[in-house]
Design a protein around this ligand. Structure first.
Ligand SMILES: Cc1ncc(COP(=O)(O)O)c(C=O)c1O
Length: 397
């Protein structure tokens, strides 16, 4: 009787975010909430919009028979139709509800897609740095994640993608705005990626999917937008959720949308629906399928994230910590400054920051040593109060 060795190994290697989060809870108990600066977790601190709360009250009061019953595995038709409208608006090409599968968050959606497309040993290429959980989602289904390093500004480096491509490549997974870098991949880079994969398909006879993981699509700064993928590549899939834009991460509500132009779109959708069932999700939560069918386009003011970004970057500037300015999402990816003894080790620096009550996540899990991630979806007060701690931490490093 034991835990599987590969799970033990994965647990050991993947606990950085949770470790920082738990250290934060301990520190807060000892020193009080106001004296701990917890930038560990991407848990939005904005309240969900009032429209969401009103819809929750309305649907909670419903006595309609079958409200809490099983449903078809891909979700309610009316919710799928609403998601199809959303995705069609974002992508600029029309898709129908039958091409949408409701999911238990973006994480559930990615797992259903990976289960549907991965044969044992297949590979998924990801521009690196990347969301650390991808490694595990891929391994869950017998796949291997292949990181392809980005350029210095974290834009897609097409040469590293070309090098990573092989007959085993099942998909390229992109995440824009990116966690952890905040980078938005340009329209030109998306087109170049699409053309590269089309060429690869001609040579090898296997056309990899492009999967766009887009939970941060709505959270962009200035006049930035996220370029659509469907018009430039047919074998494409969008995975998203309402965790970040509507601040509903605990409700586990998301979706997968398959490009109507995708060869074998119908078969692929059936496979994702089957995967949703046999992974044990069965279907996405009924209550929140109802809620978001009416509130998916509720207006949200993201200006406070911009204010927080600007406040934290000013603090980092003053402390002498270099970072990549985020174009979207709510993460700051920072370069570890050189210590007096010459160290740029991200784990050591995170431990050092912890002594100053700052919780950050080492870049290792995201595929980038010597960098750390700060999630700034925290109160303005926490950010303002952290200024002296950052200065003191750098001075004593
Ligand atoms: C890039 C990325 N993809 C997927 C997820 C998972 O999102 P969800 O909570 O909707 O499953 C996250 C969560 O932080 C994320 O950052």
């Amino acid at each position: 009787m034991s835990v599987a060795p590969q799970i033990l190994k994965a647990m050991e290697n993947s606990s950085a975010i949770r470790k920082a989060f738990e250290a934060g809870i301990k520190l807060k108990k000892e020193f009080g909430n106001d004296n701990v600066y917890d930038f560990s977790l991407g848990n939005p601190d904005l309240e969900p919009p009032v429209e969401v709360k009103k819809a929750m009250q309305k649907f909670a009061a419903s006595d309609d028979t079958g409200t809490h019953g099983y449903m078809p595995n891909p979700g309610y038709d009316f919710t799928r139709a609403a998601m199809a409208k959303k995705v069609s608006e974002e992508q600029g090409v029309s898709i129908e509800g039958k091409n949408v599968i409701m999911a238990c968050g973006a994480a559930g959606g990615l797992n259903a897609v990976f289960k549907a497309i991965l044969a044992p040993g297949d590979e998924i290429i990801v521009p690196s740095p990347f969301f650390a959980e991808y490694t595990h989602y891929c391994a869950n289904h017998g796949g291997v994640l292949v990181p392809a390093m980005t350029n210095e500004d974290f834009s897609i480096n097409i040469e590293t993608i070309k090098k990573a491509l092989s007959p085993k490549t099942a998909a390229v997974l992109i995440n824009s705005p990116n966690n952890p870098t905040g980078k938005i991949y340009s329209k030109e880079d998306i087109k170049l990626l699409a053309d590269t994969l089309t060429e690869h398909a001609k040579k090898t006879g296997r056309k990899p999917y492009i999967i766009a993981d887009e939970p941060y699509r709505a959270i962009v700064y200035g006049n930035k937008t996220v370029a659509p993928l469907f018009p430039v590549y047919d074998a494409s899939i969008v995975v998203s959720s309402f965790a970040k834009n509507l601040s509903l991460p605990g409700e586990r509500i998301g979706y997968v949308a398959v490009n109507s132009a995708c060869p074998e779109a119908e078969l692929l959708c059936s496979a994702i629906i089957f995967a949703t069932r046999v992974l044990g999700y069965v279907n996405a939560p009924a209550f929140f399928q109802r809620v978001i069918s009416e509130t998916w386009n509720a207006p949200v003011d993201f200006s406070s994230y911009l204010l927080r970004r600007n406040a934290l970057t000013k603090i980092l500037d003053d402390a002498g910590i270099h970072y990549a300015e985020p174009e979207g999402a709510f993460y700051l990816f920072c370069k570890v400054p050189k210590s007096k003894s010459g160290s740029t080790d991200e784990n050591e620096f995170c431990s050092h920051l912890e002594k100053h009550h700052i919780l950050a996540v080492p870049g290792t899990g995201f595929g980038k040593k010597e960098w750390i991630r700060l999630a700034y979806c925290v109160s303005e007060k926490t950010i303002a109060n952290s200024a002296e701690a950052f200065k003191a931490a750098v001075k004593t490093w």
